[in-house]
Design a protein around this ligand. Structure first.
Ligand code: NAD
Length: 483
């Protein structure tokens, strides 16, 4: 790493406006997933430091919520500009600790900043309403107020954007926050905190605590001061956190795992479908929650689509994200690699056919070849579980009804994609898919202006868009007797 702004590389946490180590002095080692080498150490904090961060956020709340929305918006705009100004350095940090290709990492910095800009604007539009009263002597008013102290627990696969997508609407609404980033990617979170401090947020408004997930998470969930938890990560951890939040009846936003179907009908534009498949499958080495996990292909187009997807997949250059021309980086760690390997082995044992890849990459370490498997069936593990890696399994279907039934046959409901040139079918299938987000003839759906989120066991709530700020607001009803 060769940062222009060396201030961004921090080895301490931001709690109550001070940069501090763990009480114990213990640290967590951050490693580069491309080579396993140590990059840095960050504090291994636990319950005590988390309690102090919560107390700081609580102390900062009255003054922060009392600011005008315009003032909060100005500070958010400062932060947005600083993220954009430092996008190259932030990209280097994201690639170093998360492994994604540098161009994708820079794209994430810009995408992450777009939430800050969007919610700076939305801060000024948290409108209430008046309701015609059923009685002549009363007037009824609804106002929106910040929920209070919020906690955010974020994953490693978008170490920057998953933080801004939560923190920006929280701050815009007038809430204060404590962030716990993923243990593999804390450096990007700390760099965001450096920039937030520079942007002018008062002490205690934005706190970052790194370290032991169960201890920090346990404290955030148990604290009666924390009124809301926003979590992005696996369904298993989301379920656990939901249970831990039950005693204090906390509000929750959960952005959890997916099992995205990518349906290609016989009438699809095959060039567009292959482009869409590459975009929806291999971004971040297949490690995004909206990555296509199951390709459902109609029999008439199956062999051609399979051959073309395999040819394009085989061309993707695999290597460290910092190397020029690399399209696919490493998996985040050995466990991530083992999961992809297990899904491939299970499918092959049950009769699938390798069209390209199928094994670890010659580069060793956490690298796996972009892989396309044909003749995949619903009894295989890939039909049920999120692979979170560069594996494209191709299932076959005959009819539209069958495709919809296969697509919906999962406990998840985050993103789905389908390709067709039939306008009637695009409405029918779009309506029938049990998913929070559906891409029609496109493999790229995420942006700051549209509501991102899932149904079923993929989560609760929406991020981005005008809906995103509502997650950090309470509705208050005021009834005036005007006699
Ligand atoms: P993960 O659930 O293992 O970790 C997510 C976060 O939870 C991390 O910060 C981790 O430290 C923390 N955590 C883990 N155990 C905890 C505990 N006991 N208490 C408190 N916190 C704890 O998920 P991951 O591997 O980092 O991320 C990948 C998963 O996230 C995938 O399933 C993916 O689909 C999902 N994801 C969803 C979205 C979305 O918007 N729906 C976006 C990105 C990733």
């Amino acid at each position: 790493m060769n940062l222009q702004n060396s201030e961004l590389l921090r080895s301490t946490n931001l709690i109550d406006g001070k940069w501090v180590a763990a009480d114990s002095g213990q640290t967590l080692t951050v490693v580069d997933p491309a080579n396993g080498q140590r990059i840095a150490e960050v504090p291994r904090c636990g319950a005590a430091e988390t309690q102090r961060a919560i107390a700081a956020a609580n102390a900062a709340l009255p003054a922060w919520r009392a600011l005008t929305a315009r003032r909060r918006a100005q500070l958010l705009q400062n932060w947005n500009q600083l993220i954009l100004d430092n996008a190259d350095d932030l990209a280097q940090l994201i690639t170093a600790e998360g492994g994604k290709p540098l161009a994708e990492a820079k794209g994430e910095a810009i995408y992450g900043a777009s939430f800050v800009e969007w919610f700076a604007e939305e801060a000024k539009r948290t409108y209430g309403e008046s309701i015609p009263s059923p009685a002549s002597n009363t007037r009824l008013l609804v106002v929106k107020q910040p929920i209070g102290v919020c906690a955010a627990i974020t994953p490693w696969n978008f170490p920057l954007a998953m933080i801004t997508r939560k923190v920006a609407p929280a701050l815009a609404a007038g809430c204060t926050v404590v962030v716990k980033p993923a243990e593999s990617t804390p450096l990007t979170a700390l760099a965001l905190a450096v920039l937030a401090e520079k942007a002018g947020f008062p002490a205690g408004v934005f706190n970052v605590v790194t370290g032991n997930p169960a201890e920090i998470g346990g404290e955030l969930c148990a604290s009666p001061i924390v009124r809301k938890l926003s979590f992005t990560g696996s369904t298993a951890v989301g379920r656990l956190l939901m249970a831990q939040c039950a005693p204090t009846i906390k509000k929750l936003s959960l952005e959890l795992g997916g099992n995205a179907p990518f349906i290609v009908f016989d009438d699809a534009d095959i060039d567009a479908a292959v482009d869409g498949a590459i975009a929806a499958k291999y971004r971040n080495t297949g490690q995004t929650c909206v990555c296509a996990n199951r390709f459902l292909v109609q029999s008439g187009i199956y062999e051609e689509f399979a051959a073309r997807l395999a040819a394009r997949s085989a061309e993707l250059k695999v290597g460290p994200g910092s190397e020029a021309g690399v399209a696919q980086g490493p998996l985040i760690n050995a466990a991530g690699l083992a999961k992809v390997e297990a899904h491939v082995a299970d499918a092959l044992a049950k009769g699938a056919r390798v069209l390209c890849g199928g094994a670890r990459h010659a580069r060793g370490g956490n690298f796996f070849q972009p892989t396309v498997l044909a003749d995949v069936t619903t009894d295989m593990q890939v039909a049920r579980e999120e692979t979170f890696g560069p594996l494209a399994p191709l299932f076959r279907f005959e009819t539209e009804a069958q495709a919809v039934a296969m697509a919906n046959d999962t406990e998840f409901g985050l993103a789905a994609y389908f390709f067709t040139r039939d306008i009637g079918r695009s409405w029918r299938v779009g309506e029938a898919l049990e998913y929070g987000m559906v891409g029609v003839n496109t493999g790229m759906i995420s942006n700051e202006v549209a509501p991102f989120g899932g149904i079923k066991q993929s989560g609760i709530g929406r991020e981005g868009s005008k809906y995103g700020i509502e997650e950090y607001l309470e509705v208050k009803y005021l009834c005036f007797d005007v006699r």
